[in-house]
Design a protein. Sequence first.
Length: 602
Amino acid sequence: MQSTERKEHVRQLNEHVQLYFERDWFDELHDRAQRNGPWDDWTMFRLAEEAEQSGLIRSFDELQCLSHLPNLVPMDHQIDTAKKVLTEMRGRAILADEVGLGKTIEAGLILKEYMIRGLVRKVLILVPASLVLQWVRELNQKFGISAVAQKKEYMWAANDVVVASMDTAKRDPHRDIVLGLEYDMLIVDEAHKLKNKKTTNYQFINELRKKYCLLLTATPVQNDLKELYNLITLLKPGQLGGQGSFQANFVVDKRIPKNEEQLQHELSKVMIRNRRSDGNVNFTKRIVRNIPLQLSPEEQALYDGVTNFVRGRYEESGGDIGSILSLVTLQREVCSSRDAVFITLVNLFKKTEENSPLRAKIWELVELIRSIKANTKAEKVMELIGDIGEKVIIFTEYRASQEYLLQYLKDRKISAVPYRGGMNRGKKDWMMDLFRNRAQVLIATEAGGEGINLQFCHHMINFDLPWNPMRVEQRIGRVHRLGQQEDVKIYNLSTLGTIEEHILSLLHEKINMFELVIGELDTILERFEKKTSLESHLAKMILSSRSQEDIRRQLDELGSSFTVARSEVEQESQESMRLQSVLNAVGSPLHGQDHGAEEARP
């Protein structure tokens, strides 16, 4: 009975449902068969096969992003770091390589890998303000990641990958917008600035909603194990337990750890530290050549006139260096070019009251400028460029000197391009491309030198020297960095019998800055400048001295003070040696031991 009912039901359905058979495929098959194609084309088959092969993922642990980076050849330690973050650390890690080993490249590899795997789309990258454009440029050019520098409020939500400074992000009205968004990945450069949990920076990062997080710092701990605890707690809350248990389990004194093997084991789960001493990275040499120059009689007369003018204002101020410091720039500008000091004098003349006797003195200096027909430094630059015969970057502190040099070299058939802070990003990139592919010389100002990488050039001329050793080091770091294949040759021009001669003596002989690594130099300067800035100290010393011998004596004293600061830093470094040994023992992916960290998949 049931069978009969089923048949009746099917009959009724057939009466109401009409069935059609699609025959087009057969007609198309028959047509192709008649034409014998296109499956008989072996080349097309091979192309299709290669396309399929290229899309296959044979191993989860292999980086898929490497085949998508035609403009980058990462080093082995950078690739291994990215793999370890991917496979062991669940996308949350402190990248603590020593200075110059490419933490930015490692972060870019990790970000690109997560994006290719479809795990990351919305990204926030917080870096020092001076490095925003560098990060944007590298992500775009090297990694093919469409990153933008944050400029307007709407950009936080409208763009997937935003690079901004910490100060901008945590400031109203941006703060509420940023905290209201959810980020797939957060990257923080110079993350050691988050070491104090009471700061607004720390609290802001802690409030951000993020799935994956990378903290980049060469100094995850400097003076206190608490700094390390705060960083790791920010990255992975609870990783080291509560602060009380951490103190009890791992701390003897603020710089002295205990249970070191256990601490290393815990650190290896969240931190990767590559070191230069591992031997997997080699840096080329720095070859420094100091070139003393004698000013022409006309240039020397201008320098002496400016020096007497500035010293007179200093004495009138009662020795108040703060009120006169800007005028010291006049002395430095004379050592650079007549064009630089001319602009400053004219501006000073305009600001001075018409009935002031200073006006006449300023104009006397302007008249002295008219008698100068040549530039001693520019002539030496021309000689050096001819001897070098390769690409050269020239650094100057002054825009007017930059313009003068551009015209001077152009008149002598030398191809040169400018690079300065006032240029927009597009023009900066254009100038860099011209220098890389066509021009022999790049003339950069101090502001323009921030965040540029010039490994394809290994000759650098300091046309004039900054007073701050860190700024000199930052200049050199544009060419002497990871990826540089040649020894870097640095030419320091200085004029005898001037303020420049003393600055070079301080930097090269007293401070020995060309022998220090940047991290060490930074720490020593911070200790040295607790009471007053180096610039103020130098200005006061030079203006209060009555003879060259007096200046040399005070320079010796300044050098001794710097040596004391250096000794203090070295002593503290020795005291914290056990702490550093714990960090270094965490090691790199190449050299560190596998402590059985949990194999995880993001």
